[in-house]
Each structure stands twice: as structure tokens, then as C-alpha cells.
Design a binder for this molecule. Sequence first.
Ligand code: MGD
Ligand code: MGD
Ligand code: SF4
Ligand code: MO
Length: 764
Amino acid sequence: MSEKRKVQIVPPEEFGELKMVPPKDKAVGMPAVISTMKHISKEMGIWKGLKLLNKMNQKDGFDCPGCAWPDPDGKRSGLGEYCENGAKAIAEEATDRRVNPAFFEKYSVEEMSQWTDYKIGKSGRLTDPMYLAKGSSHYVPISWEEAFQKIADKLKSLDSPEEAVFYTSGRTSNEAAYLYQLMVRQFGTNNLPDCSNMCHESSGSGLSQTVGIGKGSVTLDDLHEAELIVVMGQNPGTNHPRMLSALEKCKNNGGKIISVNPVPETGNNVFVDPQNPMALLKGGTTLTDLFLQVRINGDVALLKAIMLLMLEAEEKAPGTVFDHDFINEYTAGYDAFMAELKQANLQEAIEQSGVEEKQIRKAADLFIQRKKIIICWAMGLTQHENGVDNIKEIVNILLLKGSIGKKGAGTCPVRGHSNVQGDRTMGIWEKPKDGFLDNLDSHFGIKTPRHHGYDAVDSIKACYENKVKFFLCLGGNFISATPDSQLTGEALQNCDMTVQVSTKLNRSHLVTGEEAIILPCLARSDKDNQKTGFQFVSVENSMGIVHKSRGSLEPFSDKLKSEPAIISGIAHALFGSDLINWAEMADNYDTIRDHIEATISGFDNYNKRVRDPKGFYLPNGARERKFGTPDGKAHFTPIALPNRQVKEGRLIMMTIRTHDQYNTTIYGMNDRYRGIMGERRVVLMNKKDMKEHGLKNQDVVNLISEFRGEERRANKFKVISYDIAKGCIGTYFPEANVLVPIDSVAKGSNTPVSKFVEVRLEKM
Ligand SMILES: Nc1nc2c(c(=O)[nH]1)N[C@H]1C(S)=C(S)[C@@H](COP(=O)(O)OP(=O)(O)OC[C@H]3O[C@@H](n4cnc5c(=O)[nH]c(N)nc54)[C@H](O)[C@@H]3O)O[C@H]1N2
Ligand SMILES: Nc1nc2c(c(=O)[nH]1)N[C@H]1C(S)=C(S)[C@@H](COP(=O)(O)OP(=O)(O)OC[C@H]3O[C@@H](n4cnc5c(=O)[nH]c(N)nc54)[C@H](O)[C@@H]3O)O[C@H]1N2
Ligand code: SF4
Ligand SMILES: [Mo]
């Protein structure tokens, strides 16, 4: 093997200019409008920006490349259907800055890798296909045909298709995702890891086992009608800002909201709707009625305590708390679950949750009194060793209340990437079902492989063990998004060839295999012109609505290709077009949709229905109480108290997002709602813990994670006194990813445990 390039795998340990201001008590409002304007004017000028924003999330426009929160089914607001972070996402994508061949000539790969992720990302949009030859220090331009041929030649040279891995990030459209998985399966592997493996995999796993569908059951209207919404392990003000409008509607209809979080996130408190002049004047709506400050991973204990109190009330007045009709008709496993619950100790559960008893009693009262309940959650629940159990415990409490499959009630895993849910529906999964593969085989006349492939974590391990030689990423930033950065970096460097299909420069273009290729693609907001004319794509949001998305910006270079065209190009170079007509599909996306209709259920009349401006809902059994489990019932699951402790003097670290980033893309340096400005290398810490550790504000510490006798280190973080549950600390992703051990994963979903890292601090 030749010498590896000496690139920097983790972000540099350098400080910015930290300024601290009091955390915000109100979300959105005028400051969000001002921040929106600042970002778009910086990246592309105010007029181009406003024109573009006018098209975002409108029925004839393009889908926001931010999160997967749905748009209203009915009329869209003329003032704009977007939020501050949606505007930042579009400013980032439609930026006027360019990373062109001259840029790559100027900077070596090693030099760029010394930059912060912020600086790398701000370099701009990729303009040309680029090639990094074995042993060379700089990328050079390559033609599309040559790039496709190199990839095909490499793939053909492998000893087995298992030596190739194909990652997907959740921005990819349905059409591109479908083509991609088809190409990978024709090639002969199910090695299709995706960002979902690191995200809502625990939700998918927990929900499919209990209610028979890995997706949530609610619609936007259900949120408006709910009597109680619980927001657990989620920071909607930053990560799903338009969810605040739905929560506000619920409040206006008399609903109550409980927030469960180790920190009081601003968006969970007061929401000021920028489109409502009265709200701007009067100061908005208080969203959270009850804030439960759990310890990190205290959620099962909290839910258990609430259920014990519900049981107490039910025993006093039978039939008033639990929905026995629902339980009898639609569920299984009640007795075993009850037996487990009855032997749990209330005080122990309260103690483990970290929440005060009187607060828990208030929460229990709300559960006791109300019948239409929705629980929303995100990464605070899934990225735990017991992430799958967290979800099953949520299902348990909803089942007790019959709060699933009726109006105003249900499960609401709030998805991350704008089409992460659609990608799974299209077959991006390392564990495909046989029925789906059978459909591909009979429709296309191919023989798909049946053994399961590598997920994200297993792909890293396979690279590390030199079992993988080729790694292609359709979007995303694999090196910065994955755990155990140092190990992952070495693993990727073991590959012969790494290929990135991307819009913007990121660290994954710099931490590469021996050879590397960058394929620059059109973004959501770009017009997509193919042989048969302008194309649109389709996406599925967090609530299972499929709708179209059509870009409106003239592409800035004729060198860019769409994702479907890129996949078709690689596939054509690899297989020719005799068996599957790859070229035809890239020329006209209607043909791709016809194939989807023929092989995936729920897509009847796809081409017609997707042209309906509202889009269409995919079938969802749980929504209709038709549970897709083997016995057709919704399942209770007995779950023991986890009781996870850390060693004396150690802290539990969660890695979270700031208000100024999209996963590994750093929009800016300000975590405005938390009042932490100009710096990302910070540790949010409870003031009692600071005292115990002899620390004061802005002291510099090193973080050492301890796991099964192994140590991992991230140096130079500034301590910040913050209102966070005692014994817990918060750091930002991706700076702290180096501390997340590769073997620390959720049972049953293999999701990296990014929210529970045992660490000790070392004062510098
Ligand atoms: N602007 C913006 N929008 C985004 C993203 C982004 O980076 N930027 N990312 C997108 C993606 S891919 C995703 S998956 C989502 C992520 O959306 P979130 O899940 O909201 O993102 P995180 O920052 O990981 O926040 C997790 C929240 O859980 C809390 N938490 C941590 N541990 C626990 C715990 O043990 N229990 C409880 N109850 N709470 C806990 C944290 O304090 C934090 O508020 O957002 C999507 N939208
Ligand atoms: N420690 C820690 N790690 C985490 C998490 C955490 O909370 N803590 N969260 C996890 C989660 S929830 C997720 S989803 C993953 C995210 O993992 P990824 O999805 O891999 O990462 P992103 O940062 O979203 O990817 C950004 C890159 O995508 C490319 N891109 C943007 N738009 C497009 C497009 O339209 N097409 C193409 N081809 N490329 C595009 C750009 O080049 C950009 O640099 O990270 C995970 N990692
Ligand atoms: S809530 Fe999500 S999808 Fe909607 S505009 Fe904001 S970032 Fe985009
Ligand atoms: Mo995610």
C-alpha cells in the first residue's frame, strides 16, 4: 500500500472569539428575520435570495433542502413558507462562491484539511468533476466520461461486490435514490449505508416491531388537534422551526405541551410568529406548559414513573385512565408489560429520571386527563444504547391511552434530512425485505443479492479491516458525520478509491482513499434540464406525503449534472444499457417513476398523482389501526429501568447542533438561542458540576472519553456555565465526534451513541 496523505481528520483545535450573552427566552420573531436577511445577502445578494425564497416550499416550487418538516396540506402563505434555518440552507446551497479547478490548483488536499469545517464549507459550490490521483497532492479536472469509466473499471476490478460500499445522505430525491439502489443491487451488494443509520434507525426499529411501520403515524392536522403533545429529545426551534407554528396551533386549540430535555431549549418556550404582526407586538405564545429537565438518558425512567402514576389512578377509578377497548381489540402483550410495570419502583424511576417528583406528578396528571396524545421525538432519544427501548416505551404509554390511529394522537418521530424518509421508501437500506427484491428481480430481470449489507458503522469497520476497497457517497459528509473520527479517517484512507457526489466542498473530499473523485451535482434549487426537457423530482416528508420539487435557478455551470444523470452515467459505464435502460431514465424522470410504481407499493398512478400540487399521502397502517406486525396487533413491550451509571467524577456528554449549522455544514459561528457566540469548541456545564470540578467560565479543558478501557481525546474546549441537568455536559457535533467510540452503538439499530458519551475533563 502506498503512503497515506497526511491530512487532518478532525477539525483543528483552534479557538474563535467567544462572546456570551444570556440565552434567548423567545424563538423566531424579528431577530430570525434579520438573521435570514444577513445570511442570504452574504451568500448571494438580497434580491436573488428573496426571489429564490419565494419559490421554496410553494406548490410550484422546490422543497426546502433543510429538514423534513411537512408543508401545510392546504393554502401556502404568500409571505413565505420557510423559516430562518430553511433560508440559511438555501443561502448555503445557492451561494455565489465557487470551488473551481483554479481553487484546487491553489490548495493542496493536505492544506485544505487544516481548515475548520466552517472555512471548508464556505469555500463554495463545486463546479467541475475532479480527480485526485494516487500519491498526488492536488485534485485536477477530469471529464465526466473519464470519471465514470474510472469508477466502472475500479468496480469491475474488485474481487467481490462486497468490497464496495455506497452511502446516501437524506437529501437525495426519490428518483435518484431509486436509481442508486437499483444500480448497487444490479452490481451485487446490499452495502447501502445511509445517514438514517446514525439518525432515526432506532425509531424505525422500535416502531416496526411494535406498530408494524417504521414511520410516524400523525399528520400535521393531528398536531393541531392534539390535547397533549410531548416533545422529547428534540430542539425544534433550531432543527424543525416550522414545527413551532404547529405547536402554537395546538395551544390555541386548548392543547398542552410538555418538553422533556436536559436543557431548556428556546424554541420549546416562547414562539413569536414573524408572520403575525400581533405576535410581534405582544411577544408571542408560550409553548411549553411543563418543562421536565431529565438527566441524559433519563427518559425510560421518566415514562415509567408517569405510567406508574397512571396505573395508580386507574386502579382507583378503573376504566378512567387506560383505554381498555383499544387495548383489548388492537394490542398484544399487555399482561407481560403490566407485570413488568407493577414490579418497577416509583422512587427508583423518579431518581433515575433526574426530574423532581412534583413535576412528574404534574405530567402524569396531564396524561391521566387527556385522551388525544402525540409524542414527538428526535436525536435525544434515538442516539442512545437503549434508543430502541426509548421508542418502545413511548409506544407503551401511547397504547395505554389508545393514542394511536385516531385524530389528534400518535407517534411523531421528527425526521432530519428533507428526504431521508423517502430514500428508505425507495429501497436505500442495507437490510432490504425479500418481497421488494423479488419485485426488482421480476420487473428488471436481474438477480439481486439477498444477504444483508453493511450499515454505516459496519462499513467503517469493514474499511478499517481492509475488507472494502471502494466507497461512493451520494451526498453527505461521511467523515464528519460518523463517530470515532480518527478511526473512521484511517478506515477511509484504507480504500483504493473514494468518490463523492456533492454540491459543496467538505472534509470527505479531503480524507480520501488512494484515489479520489469529486462529482459536482445540481442542488434542489437548480433547474434540471435533460434531453426531454425540464425535470422535477419528488420527496417524502416526515409525515409520509410525497410531493414534487422543481428547481428554479439557472445552473451556474454546464458541467454540473443531476444526481439521476450521474448514477445513470456510472451504471451505463458499468453494465451498458441492454438489460436496464439507464440512459432513458436519466433523460426522462417519468420513466423512473414508472419503475417505482411497478415495484414499490403505495405509488399507484405515481406520475399523475405527483403532479397534484398537494402531493399524496402514502398508506400508513398505524394511522388506521391496521398494524403491520405478524399478528396484526400493536405490541406492548416490557422494558426494565436502564439504570446507566458513569464512574465517579465522570460526566455524561451529549453532542448536539447549534442554531447555526446543518449537520456538518457550519452556517455561522453563533448559537444564538443558547447565547453562545463566536465559538464552537465549548462544553455546556451545570454550575454545580463546575464547582465540583474546580472550573470557572471559559476555563479550557481537554475531554477524554472512556469506553471499555479505551480512551479517546479531544483537546481545547471552553467551559460554559449553562442550565443543563446535573452530571451532564453538552458539546457540538462534529467537533466532539472523535470522542464517540465506534463500538458504542444502540442495541437493535446499531446507531452510534452520540448522546451518551462517558467523559472526564482535564483542566489545561
Ligand atoms: N437547522 C438545522 N436543522 C436540522 C439539522 C441541523 O443540523 N440544523 N439537522 C437535521 C437532522 S439530520 C436531524 S436528525 C434533526 C435533529 O434534530 P434534533 O434531534 O433536535 O437535534 P440535536 O441537536 O441532536 O438535538 C437533540 C436534542 O435532544 C436533547 N437531548 C440530548 N440527550 C437527551 C436525552 O437523553 N433525553 C432527552 N429527552 N433529550 C436529550 C438535546 O438537549 C437537544 O435538545 O434536525 C434536522 N434539522
Ligand atoms: N456526534 C454526532 N454525530 C452525528 C449526529 C449527532 O447528533 N451527533 N447526527 C447524525 C445525523 S442525525 C445525521 S442525519 C448525520 C448526517 O450526515 P450526512 O448526511 O452525511 O451529513 P451532512 O452534513 O448533512 O452532509 C452535508 C454535505 O452534503 C452535500 N450536499 C448538500 N446538498 C446536497 C445535494 O443536494 N446533493 C448532494 N449529492 N450532496 C449534497 C454537501 O456537499 C454537504 O457538504 O450525522 C450524524 N452524526
Ligand atoms: S422547517 Fe425545515 S423544511 Fe421547513 S423551512 Fe424550516 S428548515 Fe425548511
Ligand atoms: Mo439526521
